[in-house]
Design a protein around this ligand. Structure first.
Ligand SMILES: Cc1cc2nc3c(=O)[nH]c(=O)nc-3n(C[C@H](O)[C@H](O)[C@H](O)COP(=O)(O)O)c2cc1C
Length: 420
């Protein structure tokens, strides 16, 4: 039997049935007007529930309407959508997979169309993107505590809905990652300065979530190995944060890297001074980092980014550096891949090459093409490998500019913790 099929015990006592996890991918299948999960989302997770992956991490679920990254994000601020969340948990887990919700706040990566003035640790504007992101303002101490409470509320509601765990999104340049990075966190109070202070926001969220969900409920964190930007979050800082997270009692650390300005999570970043020649290094973007991380923490590590061949996955697990393999893009067009890797009917994910003639739009095109495949499955259809680049762009733009039903910017502000 392949090591991919062996169970994994987490520190809190939970067991995952195997070593393959669907990594988070924003589905944008929430209702753009209300942030509630839709029937399309249920259909997609019904399919993924039978994919063979032992762990399904949802696309980011937003804890504050002002922190949405896209129209169509699922938003949890109170119990009003508990029935739909419960249905989501039920359909996804009916074949034995565990569903964890990824909780997030976009901070300055909230587009201007939806949030006129986003919040961030400091007023550092996004570079580029043709003005799609407004300059943020620095959060007040009160707002920081309020957002921490929002993460705890959302986690508690997720637990009530029957999901098996939560993951805090501390990577990819969203709010928590903005606090971690010295490039975006210029604060000189207790939330900025040294790496210990920059990580306080994340650690307080972990503490508040743990207090809300109790000791037996898994809490994961997705952390950048680095921002891959000058003056940004470094590998050494990331390892220090990982040590603090282990001490704070998290159950799983997923490693990734990059942000909107420097999209290393999709293979766009290079670790300075490191060569990538072997298949192993080309595929497993953050394996070198995970190997270093293993020398400083003993908590379970999930490696996501570029993993495509069974032998690379098995070697990463066998080396002891990582405990779980995260698959994102392949799950959009090969949703049965985990089962096939487990039973040996596939040894590698099918290759797709999504590129246009214009390099500048290729990062956005990638997201739109893979998201379009999720929407095919949400409609009850099979993925469409023949989907053209321009069709994917058109569909992505349409979803962004004219989301169905109420315009997302009119979403009513929601106080936290209000009863349904
Ligand atoms: C369409 C799309 C949406 C994504 N949304 C999220 C997200 O909501 N949260 C997250 O942590 N990562 C997100 N990612 C990044 C993936 O989780 C993963 O880190 C990245 O795609 C690299 O893994 P892969 O090579 O297996 O695709 C997204 C990726 C894609 C392609």
């Amino acid at each position: 039997m392949t090591i991919l099929g062996s169970a994994l015990s987490l520190p809190n006592g939970t067991t995952l049935p195997n070593r393959l996890a669907k990594a988070a991918m924003s589905e944008v299948l929430g209702d753009p007007g209300t942030g509630a999960p839709t029937a399309e989302l249920m259909r997609l997770y019904e399919r993924w529930g039978a994919s063979g992956a032992g762990l399904l991490i949802s696309g980011h679920v937003i804890v504050d309407p002002a922190g949405r990254a896209e129209p169509g994000n699922v938003v949890i601020t109170d119990r009003r959508d508990l029935a739909a969340l419960t249905e989501w948990a039920t359909v996804a887990q009916q074949h034995g997979a565990k569903l964890w919700l990824q909780l997030n706040h976009a901070g300055r990566q909230a587009p201007r169309r939806m949030t006129k003035q986003p919040v961030a640790p400091s007023a550092v504007a996004m570079k580029g993107f043709a003005g799609a992101f407004a300059a943020p303002r620095a959060m007040t101490e009160h707002e920081i505590h309020e957002v921490i409470a929002r993460f705890a509320t959302a986690a508690q509601i997720a637990q009530e809905a029957g999901v098996a765990g939560v993951q805090l999104h501390a990577a990819h340049g969203y709010l928590i990652s903005q606090f971690l990075s010295a490039r975006t966190n210029l604060r000189d109070d207790a939330w900025g300065g040294s790496v210990a202070r920059r990580s306080r926001f994340l650690l307080e969220i972990v503490r508040a979530v743990r207090a809300a969900v109790g000791p037996a409920f898994p809490i994961g964190v997705k952390l950048n190995s680095a921002d891959f930007q000058r003056g940004g979050f470094t590998i050494e800082e990331s390892m220090e944060v990982a040590r603090s997270l282990e001490a704070a009692g998290i159950d799983l650390l997923e490693v990734s890297g990059g942000n909107y300005e420097s999209p290393a999570m999709a293979g766009g970043g290079e670790v300075p001074g490191e060569q990538r020649q072997s298949t192993r290094d080309r595929e497993a973007y953050f394996l070198h980092y995970a190997e270093r991380l293993r020398t400083v923490v003993s908590l379970p590590i999930m490696l996501t980014g570029g993993m495509r061949s069974r032998n690379v996955m098995e070697a990463a697990l066998q080396s002891g550096a990582v405990d779980l393999i995260g698959l994102a893009r392949p799950m959009t067009h090969a949703p049965e891949l985990p089962r096939q890797l487990l039973d040996g009917t596939a040894l590698v994910a099918p290759a797709v090459n999504i590129r246009s003639r214009f390099r500048r739009i290729d990062d956005a095109l990638q997201v739109m093409w893979f998201q379009a495949q999720l929407h095919e499955m949400g409609q009850g259809r099979d993925p469409d490998l023949g989907l053209g680049a321009w069709t994917a762009i058109w569909r992505g733009l349409r979803a962004m500019l004219w989301p169905k039903r109420t315009a997302p910017r009119r979403l009513a502000p929601r106080p936290i913790g209000a009863a349904a």
